[in-house]
Design a binder for this molecule. Structure first.
Ligand SMILES: [Zn+2]
Length: 250
């Protein structure tokens, strides 16, 4: 799950703030779920690809990795869509007004009464505190990296995943294998601005369950612009799948 999906999750789970965990189960081995029973949810927030549930003395940090996901029912409505999972959740929390189930994710305990304070929201692609100037500076500092690797760097673009990376490179007509240092300052400026704008657009589409129909290159075969066949290759040192048009993206 990429940043915009976590940003959406934070909104969907907001009704659980102030609620008490009635029952906690799941097959997580990181801790005994039963210890959560009776605790009050003080806050729910997202940062980058993390979702954090803050209790009084500690917080739970969820990272959904590549295949993780969650579902939530609030006031008898499944806010995450109708698709039901049949697998056993890593963690399931029952509240007076609903349920939260997390699947295939990593869950860690953060020993802090205020986990939020340790996060740098200036680099969180969805945050109101996102600092464009600082992100540009961080990007320029990684001049030896391939742009596809830099876009996936969570210390520069927290929340950007493979879909956003592929789509932003298509919109800006940049090949994923170009090094940051080979791009002009104007190009880098545009890349940073488009990454922010596209992430917000991703959120709006995701909220209406219509993200996939809007994608240009990610997991596509043919270029929407010139009709040519897209290149598909694992690029960079992160070896993530890139999809790009060799004619339109240089
Ligand atoms: Zn093309």
């Amino acid at each position: 799950m990429e940043g915009p999906s976590l940003f959406l999750a934070q909104k969907q789970l907001r009704p659980f703030r102030g609620d008490i965990v009635r029952k906690a189960t799941g097959n997580t081995t990181a801790f005994d779920p039963a210890m959560l029973k009776g605790l009050e949810v003080r806050d729910v927030f997202a940062w980058g690809k993390h979702l954090v549930i803050q209790f009084g003395d500690f917080a739970l940090r969820f990272h959904f990795l590549m295949f993780g996901t969650f579902e939530a029912e609030v006031d008898k409505v499944w806010v995450t869509g109708d698709y039901r999972r049949s697998r056993m959740p890593k963690l399931s929390l029952e509240f007076s007004n609903g349920t939260f189930n997390a699947f295939s994710c990593s869950i860690k305990i953060i020993e802090s009464r205020n986990a939020k304070a340790a996060y740098d929201f200036g680099i969180d692609i969805m945050s109101r505190a996102w600092n464009e100037k600082r992100v540009r500076k961080l990007l320029r500092a990684s001049s030896g990296e391939q742009i596809a690797d830099a876009l996936l760097d969570q210390d520069i673009f927290a929340g950007v995943g493979n879909i956003i990376k592929n789509e932003v490179l298509a919109i800006t007509h940049v090949a994923p294998t170009r090094t940051v240092g080979s791009l002009s300052d104007a190009m880098l400026r545009q890349l940073v601005a488009v990454t922010r704008a596209f992430s917000k657009q991703f959120y709006l589409w995701r909220r209406k369950f219509e993200l996939l129909e809007h994608l240009r290159t990610h997991r596509k075969r043919v270029c929407r612009h010139c009709g040519g066949v897209l290149s598909r290759e694992k690029t960079g040192r992160r070896e993530r799948w890139s999809y790009w048009c060799p004619t339109d993206q240089r």
